[in-house]
Design a protein around this ligand. Structure first.
Ligand code: NAI
Ligand code: ISE
Length: 351
């Protein structure tokens, strides 16, 4: 059996996902694509998915009889409408982050999915499938460092586009830390503060860069997250958790060690694409496998998308107020209590 996928948005990550569905993963076929830039959609179909039909818009693609599942990789503001239309048609939906650009929008998706009665949505929070984060999760579950007390993480990009604004440090960049850290710690956020260190000369006048986000969880863990999107030297993701009995950190990205011209070192990745390549493969295979088995979606849920949006809103408020802001969430509906499958399953796949 094959899950026939329709892809909405054929830009950077849309193309990557089409390629992995067609060439790397099993049990999937891209049968349809669309993009508001129709020339791009045709070009991408012609390059990576020759048998796919190019549709004029998301509605026509979602309605197509040979589309079992929809992959939303358009711009954030377009996500909500496509996800809701997918759910209305009873189709499985994989949606890149953000699930929707507002917490209310995410809640509308949560409610639509619950009304449908079966989990069909997976959000593209791929770090939960990354082998480094999975090892951290296992170490915490095995209590290797005892109770976690503090987390220090770093999210650095070489440079940001002109269109990148101060709030996007939260909604586009920190959003990955927001999702992965509460999952890792099995905890909930309570308060946030944002500090602006001295601004780098490499940031455009409208952008505050770097930023330090201080999140406090209900169990009292303090997370210090640095967002620095014009760091110049590379794409760098770090995470260190200090517990009562020791410290654990994300493993280094494997890279050749070069000794030359009196120096010893390794290259640093220049963008996000390679850093989480294996995690993107595994998250999408999990989505396809759920479809093949006709099981409820088991990856990051619409509720996780909602939690991320509520937390991001509080972080943006804290950016603007300069004060500590509260993060308040309603109780998680039992509908979303299904667990992500055993960690070992994903780790085996990434070896
Ligand atoms: P992009 O700008 O390269 O591509 C977006 C594409 O969507 C464009 O080709 C645009 O024409 C198309 N589009 C916009 N509105 C549309 C609509 N209503 N219907 C159909 N097509 C539409 O952007 P990129 O980098 O591919 O990002 C896409 C999404 O994926 C964003 O939400 C972004 O946050 C997310 N993303 C996630 C990453 C991850 O690590 N999980 C990494 C990069 C992006
Ligand atoms: C991008 O939008 C992503 O989602 C990447 O995963 C992230 O690390 C990068 O900083 C963002 O620009």
């Amino acid at each position: 059996m094959t899950v026939r996928v329709g892809v909405i948005g054929t830009g950077a990550i849309g193309q990557d996902h089409i390629r992995r569905l067609e060439c790397k993963l099993s049990g999937a076929k891209v049968t349809a694509v669309t993009d508001v830039n129709q020339d791009l959609a045709r070009k991408v179909a012609n390059t990576y998915a020759k048998q796919a039909t190019v549709y004029a818009n998301d509605r026509e693609l979602i309605a197509a009889r040979d589309v079992d599942a929809v992959l939303v990789a358009s711009w954030g503001p377009a996500h909500e409408a496509s996800v809701l239309a997918g759910l209305e048609a009873g189709k499985r939906v994989f949606c890149e982050k953000p699930l929707a650009t507002t917490a209310d929008g995410c809640m509308r998706i949560v409610e639509a999915e619950m009304a449908h009665g079966k989990r069909l949505v997976q959000v593209g929070f791929m770090r939960r499938f990354d082998s480094g984060y999975l090892q951290l999760k296992q170490a915490l579950e095995q209590e290797l460092v005892g109770e976690p007390l503090m987390v220090r993480c770093v999210h650095r990009n070489v440079e940001s586009a002109e269109s990148y604004t101060t709030d996007m440090a939260i909604t586009d960049t920190l959003i990955h830390e927001i999702d992965v850290l509460h999952w890792l710690l099995n905890d909930e956020y309570q308060h946030v503060r944002v500090l602006y260190p001295k601004k780098t000369k490499h940031a455009l006048p409208h952008l505050q860069d770097p930023q330090l986000v201080l999140l406090e969880t209900k169990k009292g863990v303090i997370i210090q997250a640095e967002i620095f999107v014009n760091c110049k030297y590379g794409y760098d993701i770090q995470c260190e958790i200090a517990g009562e009995e020791g410290v654990i950190s994300l493993p280094d990205v494997p890279a050749v060690r070069l000794c030359s011209n009196g120096r010893k070192g390794t290259e640093v990745l220049q963008d996000w694409k390679k850093r989480f390549e294996a995690a993107y493969d595994v998250e999408l295979q999990a989505f396809i496998d759920d479809g093949l088995k006709d099981e409820p979606a088991s990856g990051p849920s619409a509720w996780d998308g909602y939690v991320a949006a509520v937390t991001a809103d509080a972080c943006v408020k804290a950016q603007e107020s300069g004060r500590e802001e509260s993060i308040e969430l309603p109780k998680k509906p039992a509908f979303f209590n299904t667990q992500q499958p055993r960690l070992s399953k994903y780790r085996r796949r990434q070896r």
